[in-house]
Design a protein. Structure first.
Length: 620
């Protein structure tokens, strides 16, 4: 995977205003910390940095710049024992690399990377089977889990390999799907659009069935040659003694294990007609996580899927559709990392039994940010509602958990409800799912919460900790309870820790009034909670309200981060330096439109990485 701004640990953009940085400074950085091992013909690992001494090298040696920046960002270079840049030096260098990439991308019109062939992930597969057959069963659970890639999502081509286990499962599931579909009336009428009888022979009936089914399954028109190949499979099954229906199902099983069903296909623009259908699929899998409906197929047939005016009209239609909940669910649980709460990362069941034993509350906690996200997009609200909002999604169980009494009494169903005056809620940061995933199972953590804000909200992740730094809990020397602030003060006595924690911890301290499961509290470890802090640039934060204001003051960082993540999700790959100009263009247009949600989605689907076909490269 080519990393785009994996080196975007740009905390100076958050907390400090760096001095002007230039190519001269970058040369000095490389000379001081890299060239001892990586110059000349004898460069270690044959990786030379001495030739990265011009701005033009960002174009001619883009891969080396990307690898270099990623290694510096991840503290992998320089190696142990060699001179090491301090935090400010490293971040200034990385900040300059990002800004240079951006200017080069905008000036040179860099081509997009090859588009990797990628299969449907398990969620897309399940949703496609559901919509293809109108069959309300989840067959995706039988497939292996998909790992994250690209901008942190499991629909990224970089990680969607086809394993032998996948091949085996696809064959098994195809049979199970068709067995179930043949017994379900709504599914049967989608399949058996013709039957042999007076005036229609078996071959003709099979042809009509396959002519209707194949374009929907392959999500594109198919020629008569393709139909005939599957009719031949039907006839072969009949010759083996199978009745008409089992023979048709045999042919359909072959359809469901075809690469044209299992994979997203990009034709690199060689066939303009097919490209229309590819865009319809790209659009529907972005916003619905499933195949196009008949309306989108009709738009593709009319050759309008790349018409900007048509796309502008399609965005609200698709976001208002109930299927957009699929997008909200998959995007939010990975962007905010709340998917981790479904595994072993959740709150300790002995310390927080209400979270573990109250299934209704547990479900509502996980779904709250999903429904919040969906509502903001559906109603075209400001994206800054994610940072602070006078409304939230509430249910009866959540209101009780929050000890909040809104103006309108909530029900068991999630609803957009105005919060009472002076509420400590509003925005994503006060939601229990977010607070739990950025805590330890047994206690809160200013470090985890601060790092979560820097990464998930501001898009400026802190570097990984130096090796051999002890965990916070390992440093307790007495049984006397200590607050998080006291533990961190002890931890930060280690100078190897202090510089990073000065940038991370203040963000997390502001959330200390929320416990692991998001309940408001005034005390911890037997004493009052101090939720005040000071950022590295001197900004004072007083509790959650001050934190939200600090984030709103840095809202452009948030919009840029959300843009990168959503663009990566939409195109199914990690971003590269060639995408930097696209990102900035989208950010500018979203900001000009007062951060309206539809504008972000609209500009993504109108962008070159989304609309323009790239050369296709096979997975290895």
């Amino acid at each position: 995977m080519v990393l785009f701004l994996a080196f975007a640990g740009l905390m100076p953009a958050v907390d400090t205003v760096a001095d002007p940085y230039s190519l001269t400074h970058a040369r000095e950085f490389l000379s001081s910390y890299c060239q001892a091992c990586h110059q000349g013909e004898s460069a270690e690992a044959k990786f030379r940095v001495d030739s990265l001494d011009t701005i033009d090298s960002f174009r001619t040696s883009s891969d080396r710049w990307t690898r270099l920046a990623a290694r510096v960002s991840n503290n992998e270079m320089p190696p142990r024992g060699a001179p090491v840049p301090n935090l400010d030096e490293r971040e200034s260098f990385l900040d300059w690399v990002e800004s240079t990439w951006r200017s080069q991308a905008c000036a040179a019109d860099l081509p997009p990377p090859p588009s990797l062939i990628r299969r449907l992930n398990r969620h897309e597969y399940a949703a496609t089977v559901r919509d293809l057959f109108d069959l309300q069963l989840d067959f995706g659970t039988e497939l292996p889990l998909d790992g994250p890639g690209g901008e942190g999502f499991d629909n990224a081509a970089e990680t969607l390999f086809l394993s032998p286990l996948h091949s085996e499962k696809y064959v098994e599931i195809a049979k199970s799907v068709l067995d179930a579909a043949s017994k379900e009336y709504k599914s049967r009428i989608k399949i058996f659009v013709a039957e042999p009888g007076p005036g229609i022979g078996e071959k003709e009936a099979a042809g009509k069935i396959l002519q209707a089914f194949l374009p929907r399954a392959f999500r594109r028109p198919v020629g008569l040659e393709t139909v005939d190949r599957y009719v031949d499979l039907f006839r072969a099954a009949r010759k083996q003694g199978h009745d008409f229906e089992p023979a048709i199902l045999f042919a359909l099983r072959s359809v469901l294990v075809s690469p044209r069903f299992l994979f997203h296909v990009e034709s690199a623009g060689h066939d303009p007609e097919l490209r229309q259908y590819e865009l319809a699929s790209k659009f529907s899998y972005f916003l619905w996580g499933s195949m196009p409906d008949e309306f989108l197929f009709d738009v593709a047939a009319a050759g309008k899927m790349d018409d900007p005016n048509v796309l502008r009209q399609l965005v609200p239609r698709m976001l208002r559709d109930t299927r957009a909940l699929e997008f909200a669910d998959r995007f939010v649980e990975q962007w905010l990392r709340t998917r981790e709460l479904e595994g072993a990362h959740g709150p300790d069941p002995e310390l927080f039994p209400e979270y573990a034993t109250n299934e209704e509350l547990h479900s509502d906690i996980l779904l709250q940010p999903v429904y919040f996200f969906q509502y903001v997009l559906r109603e075209n609200l400001s994206l800054l509602n994610f940072l602070d909002s006078e409304h939230t999604i509430l249910t009866l169980a959540l209101a009780k958990h929050f000890a909040v009494e809104p103006e309108r009494k909530p029900t068991k169903n999630p609803e957009w409800i105005r919060l009472p005056e002076g509420s400590h809620r509003g925005g994503l940061l006060s939601m229990p799912a977010v607070l739990a995933v950025s805590s330890h199972p047994y206690r809160t953590s200013a470090v985890l919460r601060g790092a979560w804000i820097l990464d998930s909200i501001l898009g400026t992740p802190p570097p990984p900790p130096p090796p051999d730094v002890p965990e916070l809990d390992d440093e307790q020397e007495s049984d006397t309870p200590k607050s998080i602030r006291e533990l961190l003060a002890q931890h930060n006595a280690n100078t190897a820790c202090a510089s990073c924690h000065q940038r991370i911890d203040p963000w997390g301290f502001a959330l200390e009034n929320y416990d692991v499961v998001g309940r408001w509290r005034e005390e911890d470890a037997g004493g009052p909670i101090d939720a005040s802090s000071e950022l590295a640039d001197g900004t004072r934060i007083e509790g959650p309200a001050g934190l939200k204001q600090a984030l709103l003051d840095r809202s452009e960082l948030f919009i840029r981060n959300l843009t990168k993540r959503m663009l990566g999700y939409a195109i199914g790959r990690g971003l590269t330096p060639a995408d930097a100009c696209t990102v900035e263009t989208i950010v500018d247009r979203v900001r000009e439109a007062d951060d309206q949600a539809w504008v972000l989605v609209r500009e993504i689907v109108l962008s070159a990485p989304f609309l323009e076909p790239a050369e296709v490269e096979e997975q290895r």
